[in-house]
Structure formats: structure tokens, C-alpha cells
Design a protein around this ligand. Structure first.
Ligand SMILES: Cc1cc2nc3c(=O)[nH]c(=O)nc-3n(C[C@H](O)[C@H](O)[C@H](O)COP(=O)(O)O)c2cc1C
Length: 214
């Protein structure tokens, strides 16, 4: 090794060390002071926005299975959603058995991707008749969106396929999964690792935003 190469290697090492050092200093500084540049609660706003803007309906999956802990995390994301009067009127059915996923695909005319998906989460609403129960669709929709965003952030792909409000589709999903009359399947969310075919759409329209008044 000549002198020039040795100096280049040493300089590259110093540079890499400095980059790593600044990175860990930023984390240390944020934890020590409670001051997180950009994200008040400590999130990296760029990363959060990346997951929100990068989310898309994914209908093409590889055959890689989704670990149980990952599916559990997704239900945790669902249950973190806001709900009217904090009623949390939801229940989740996690499905990974091939035969059951195929039967769900047969019950739902617009969910044929279930035949390829290694897993699905069915978000169900509990409309108890008590105060606030009219909100179950909104509450369970918020839970569903949390699942879709968490899936995107975890490198998974997912798509909302509707059961509610079609009586026929609700009955079909109920029959496959043994869902009692006290719960209504709002949707079926097929999940898996994306093949990369599905891309996010740019849906931002400045004319849909009214400032101060319509
Ligand atoms: C209430 C609701 C019902 C939907 N039902 C279906 C469905 O049955 N099958 C399907 O493939 N996609 C369904 N979608 C996904 C939409 O087609 C999709 O969100 C829309 O085309 C926008 O695309 P994006 O999710 O990639 O942004 C549904 C979405 C919502 C919110």
C-alpha cells in the first residue's frame, strides 16, 4: 500500500466515524434535553410523512409469510386509533390459514388478491346500542387506517377490501370466520410483502383546501 492510499483510508475512517458520531450525538442530545428538532414528540416527521404519503393499496404479494409478532403489532396499531367516547368498539380476526383466506376471497367479489396474500386482518365493529355506538364505522375506519399505515411503515403491503355495508358480503365473511351477530365485519385487509408492482398515487389537490373560509 502506498502512502497516498493509506492516507485516503485513514481520512475515510475519520469521516465515517464523524458521521456516526453526529448521528448518535443527535439521539443522545434529543433524549437528554427532550428537544427533538422537527418532531415535538420525538418522531422523525420525515419518516412519518414518508409512510403516510407512501401508503398505497397493495394487491400483489410475494409468498413470504408474515411473522405472528408482526401481525400482533398491526392489531396494536389498530387499537391505538381514536374512538368516540373512547368506546374502542372493535375486534380483529387475524387469518393466516390458506384455506380460510381462499374462502374469504370467494365470499368477496373485489378481494381476489386474498388468494395470493399470506395473511389478512378482518376489522369488526361492535354496535352495542349504547351511547356513542353510532360511531362504530368511523372508529373502526380509524383503526383500519392505522393498520394500513403501520403495514406500510413495516415494509408490508395491504389493501382495504369492503365487507360493510353489503349484507351479502357481511354474511359471507361471518360464515367463513364464525363472527357472531354482535359484531359486523367492516372490511378484510389482505396483507403480505409487496412485489413492488403497486405504487402510491399523488392525490394532493390544492383546490380541495380552503383557507380560513370556503
Ligand atoms: C371503504 C373502502 C372500500 C374499499 N373496497 C375495496 C375493495 O373491495 N377492493 C379493493 O381492491 N380495494 C378497495 N378499496 C381500496 C381503494 O380502491 C383504494 O384505496 C383507492 O383506489 C385509492 O388507492 P390507494 O389506496 O392506492 O391510494 C377500498 C377502500 C375504501 C376506503
Amino acid at each position: 500500500m502506498n502512502k497516498k492510499t493509506a492516507i485516503s483510508i485513514i481520512l475515510a475512517g475519520i469521516l465515517m466515524g464523524a458521521v456516526a458520531g453526529i448521528g448518535s450525538y443527535k439521539v443522545f442530545f434529543a433524549h437528554a434535553t427532550g428537544y427533538y428538532p422537527g418532531g415535538g414528540a420525538g418522531y422523525d416527521p420525515d419518516e412519518v410523512m414518508k409512510a403516510i404519503l407512501g401508503r398505497k393499496s397493495v394487491r400483489h404479494f410475494t409468498d413470504q409469510r408474515v411473522p405472528r409478532e408482526t401481525l400482533e403489532h398491526l392489531t396494536r396499531a389498530g387499537m391505538a386509533a381514536p374512538s368516540a367516547l373512547n368506546r374502542q368498539p372493535w375486534a380483529f380476526v387475524v387469518v393466516t390459514e390458506r384455506a380460510r383466506l381462499d374462502r374469504l376471497a370467494e365470499a368477496l367479489p373485489f378481494a381476489k388478491m386474498l388468494k395470493q396474500a399470506p395473511a389478512a386482518i378482518v376489522v369488526c365493529g361492535i354496535a352495542s346500542g349504547s351511547a356513542g355506538s353510532d360511531y362504530w364505522v368511523m372508529d373502526c375506519s380509524a383503526a383500519s387506517q392505522n393498520i394500513l399505515l403501520a403495514a406500510e411503515a413495516m415494509g408490508l403491503g395491504a389493501v382495504w377490501t369492503a365487507a360493510y355495508p353489503s349484507a351479502e358480503r357481511i354474511a359471507g365473511v361471518r360464515a367463513v370466520l364464525g363472527i357472531p351477530d354482535t359484531a359486523v365485519p367492516l372490511n378484510v385487509i389482505p396483507l403480505g410483502y409487496p412485489t413492488g408492482e403497486d405504487k402510491p398515487k399523488n392525490k394532493y389537490r390544492a383546490e380541495n383546501v380552503h383557507w380560513e373560509r370556503w
